[in-house]
Ligand binder design. Structure first.
Ligand code: ARG
Length: 296
């Protein structure tokens, strides 16, 4: 029963499209906030007409203009975010497994390329992308106004929300109840942004698992983190439950990030995502990795 509900919720989440770009509280439908931004190396521009030309040029020049190594898309991730990315004995790309890893592999292969993964801290991903160390970020990364100033995002492929993980005996029933509780978040995640925006003090950890350990051990009272990852942690740790508050936490959309102005790669990614959303591939991956997590 629990599993069926979870799966239904996941399919629903994947089918939803929402235009809000802020994770919490104040809703904002502003898009394209970064008209005046240019890429760090000055090579990119967000002007649509020029971007089209750049895409044509890139196509003429072959795939070297699309990615840093010809024939390879190097995806940056932070493999600490099940069911989207985690380290497994055998993963879909090297030791990396999860919904995002499967999507990344398919995007590359459908374009006659291979997918490589660079695993790093979540906080380092955008800088690594800007520096050209990686071609794209796939990391359950939420589209936010702030990130849109630094990178371009693909079509969103998943809708999530922040939730609160608490101990089973907790009296926390809504976001307002955590004001005087000890709050744990993961550094650089939108959950941290939400709690900061609410004006509550909190402690930030490097990994979700560390924050959840603190909670399980009674050293913190609530972990604010993305919904599907929370489900996985609650399944793995006895004595925890999830509390939702959709009024306090808006829905968020995960998308793949590329360097500003890399329209050739973005077009390639968007075509693949659009097709996978339309034919149900992404929902199927969501179900597959959620059920695997539940069965562990
Ligand atoms: N969705 C949240 C964000 O964008 C958390 C993502 C964490 N992803 C990861 N691979 N560790 O901030």
């Amino acid at each position: 029963m629990k599993k069926v509900t979870k799966t239904a919720a996941l399919i629903l989440a994947m089918a939803m499209t929402v235009s809000a770009l802020t994770a919490c509280g104040e809703s904002s439908a502003t898009t394209g906030a970064a008209d005046t931004e240019t890429a760090d190396d000055g090579a990119g521009t967000t002007d649509a007409a020029v971007s089209d030309e750049a895409a044509d040029d890139a196509a003429d020049a072959g795939s070297t203009a699309v990615t840093r190594t010809e024939g390879v898309i190097t995806f940056g991730t932070n493999a600490e975010f099940p069911p989207f990315e985690f380290v497994a004995g055998t993963g879909v790309i090297d030791q990396y497994d999860g919904i995002d890893m499967a999507i990344a592999k398919q995007i590359a292969e459908e374009n006659g390329m291979t997918a490589a993964v660079e695993n790093m801290e979540f906080d380092s991903l955008i800088v690594a992308l800007q520096n050209g160390q990686i071609d794209a970020v796939i990391a359950g990364m939420t589209v936010t106004e702030e990130r849109l100033e630094a990178v371009d995002f693909s079509t969103p492929y998943y809708t999530a929300t922040q939730v609160m993980i608490v101990r089973e005996d907790s009296d926390i029933a809504a976001a307002a109840d955590i004001a005087d509780k000890k709050i744990c978040v993961v550094q650089g995640y939108t959950g941290e942004v939400c709690v900061k925006d609410m004006g509550y003090p909190y402690e930030a950890f490097k990994k979700g698992t560390e924050a959840v350990m603190e909670l399980a051990n009674g050293r913190c009272d609530v972990v604010v983190i993305d919904s599907a990852t929370a489900q996985k942690y609650v399944g793995d740790n006895a004595g925890l439950k999830i509390v939702e508050d959709s009024a306090a936490f808006e829905s968020e959309e995960y998308a793949i990030a590329v360097q500003k102005g890399n329209t050739a790669l973005l077009d390639m990614i968007n075509k693949a995502i659009d097709a996978k959303l339309a034919d149900g591939t992404i929902s199927e991956l969501g179900v597959k990795y959620t059920e695997e997590a539940a069965a562990e």
